[in-house]
Design a protein around this ligand. Sequence first.
Ligand code: C2E
Ligand code: CA
Ligand code: CA
Length: 727
Amino acid sequence: MGFSDTFPFLHPVSRQRRLREVITDTFGGQEPHLEGRDSSGLTGKGLVASGSPAWARSQSIFESLPDPFLLLVPEKNPSGSIIDFVCVYANGLASALHGRSPSGMLGARLLDVQPSHGLFDHALQVMEKGQAVVVEGLHGAGHGGPVPSHPPEIRLFLANGLLCCLWREVTDRMAIQQQLVEAERRYRLLARHGSDVVVELDSDHRIIWVSESIETRLGWRPAVLLGQPAIGLVHRDHRGQVLLAGLRLAGPGSFREELRILCADGGWRWMTGTAHSLPREDAGTLMLSFRDIHDQVRIRVELDHRLQHDPLTSLALRSVALDRIRRALDGLEGTGLTLAVLSIGVDGLTQVNDALTHAGGDKLIALLAARIVRAIGHPEHVGRGTGDEFIVLLSEPDAGADVTLTAERILRACRAPVSIGGQPIEPTVSIGIATARAGVLPDELLRDASLAMRQAKGRGRNCYALLDDALATEAHTLLLFAAEIQRGLVMGEFAAWFMPIVAFHTGQVTGYEALARWVRPDGIEVPPADFLPCAECRGLIARIDLLVLRQALAALSRLPPTLTMAVNVSAATLALPDYPQLVAEALQAAGVLPERLHLEVTETALLTITDRIGQQIQQLASSGVRWYVDDFGTGYSSISHLRDLPIAGLKLDRSFTGALRTKDTKSLRLAQALVGVAEGLELDTVAEGVETLEEAQLLSSQGWLHGQGWLYGKAAPLQLDTAPVPL
Ligand code: C2E
Ligand code: CA
Ligand code: CA
């Protein structure tokens, strides 16, 4: 590649150096001078050396230059001072720039070409000092053609005593520079007013620059932060994550993390931090930009919280609590440590709901939740189970020997008196405790705690029970048994059997009592005493009661219309809000008059009834159904109940009848008094457990109207046999 080919692409300074070399090569040590000098000035053909081959080569180089180029010699006055510069050579571009022919340029004076004194003064300086200068911002050069928006840059330098003058168009460069200034201005505006915060860190991750927007976003004055380690602004929860990301970012690249960033007022704001490591010469420095996502994160966190927490108590939902237990159990792996799970049941919530409406019940739950949280000290260790149950997770050391102390503390905290809806109440809870090591399933642990809680309720409430091995086995058996009952119900193994009730003075059967029976596929008859407690505590009793009710009414529809049917109702069934409706539907389905149905409620169940249940009893009584108090004489029921509730009759508990057999005078007198009460209130009476004729006679003589017992028949599937039994 030839010299002249590469020449135009050289940097202006290099180009200037090469030109100097070319001129020195051409003229050697000679002083160049002009030919054809006349009186009017310099009009000759050019340089002396113009004929030489060196000059011809130089000229072709000058012509190939991308810039206008002049060679000038100083013009001096007689006293030797330079008064102007005379052009001894101009390339085509220079001639065009000044609107003359190349020969017309010869002899032209610098002050003609560039009328301002500026360039002349610079030229003088170059002559004096021998150093090149770059002159910018001089207008005036050029004739014709479009005026450039920026005056060209003029380079003046000396070569072999000749003044070289090189014009360079700077419009493009100036435009680029202008764009840079503009970009910088926009960037500054963005940095100051934009929503993002931009931070530059050195290789030690100290802040070396921070955008002014940090003041609006986070309240920091940028100057305060300069030189500070950037990690100090990151919440400690995210520091590990940031350091890890930093390690990943050892080379050029970027990462994005959601972080809480410290505000000047000590608060925290959620921001996404995006980091870019800078390449090459800035290696090690990091550019971070932070976008404020505080509101988005807050909404997201709130939503998560709502999905995972009970709105009433703000406690974690059962699934979340289970998950925490699972994680805690996983954490015990290989440690030999234990943890405890407490199942806390609110005592008598149904009664509170009935007495104070559900809003009152909710208030009680929320109050107890707060009391339990306070007693435990860690809200995140307390969860809301199903219904009235709370779940507490205790890790070591609380899970060790202290667990019972914690349970006692909870019991004490919960039973402080409180007024809800203007009603003073003393709430209590029952606590079940189950402990476990790693390897136990959280579901099982929670189930064990719930079973222990029921055990505590069974022991009289307001206490705790530890799930010991015996209890665990018992609880397990109970669970299996409940599953068995459920299966039996589905398979239709439950049925109503009937026991006759007889009028003492006629010996005629006046009706029957329906009693639940479970006849298993293997033929074993399971008595109610065996399955009722389990059905009651596993919530299956209402299904059994309703099944017996429907079967009993169906049977009654096939009996003479003078006969009645007694059906037992447990407290849980009675509490069903649609119980009156269910009874009405069953009566209608069987086509039986309500008056023929006797509903038996035990004296003990009557003690727990609330106003709402009282209203249901009233409603059914109004429809014609007759209410009987079962097991009368055993449950300390107040006479006021008999007066206030629409009771039609009393059933003397069979323990009295048994006592008559042994001639227990106290029971005898009590039975006498009870029949007196019934007579006073004009109630029907039935004496249960009559096994002998003698008992029947005695009870009849006391005034009892009806008898029921083995003397008249055991419970059996219905046989339409109503033959009178002699007294
Ligand atoms: P209960 O309502 O007091 O029923 C009378 C129980 O005494 C029946 O026991 C009956 O077989 C028994 N019995 C009656 N006469 C005699 C007698 O002369 N001698 C002896 N030794 N026992 C006699 P059963 O059928 O085992 O029922 C036990 C309890 O189970 C019932 O006592 C009742 O409280 C409950 N029960 C039975 N069926 C149902 C039901 O469908 N729903 C509910 N909620 N409870 C039921
Ligand atoms: Ca009964
Ligand atoms: Ca009874």
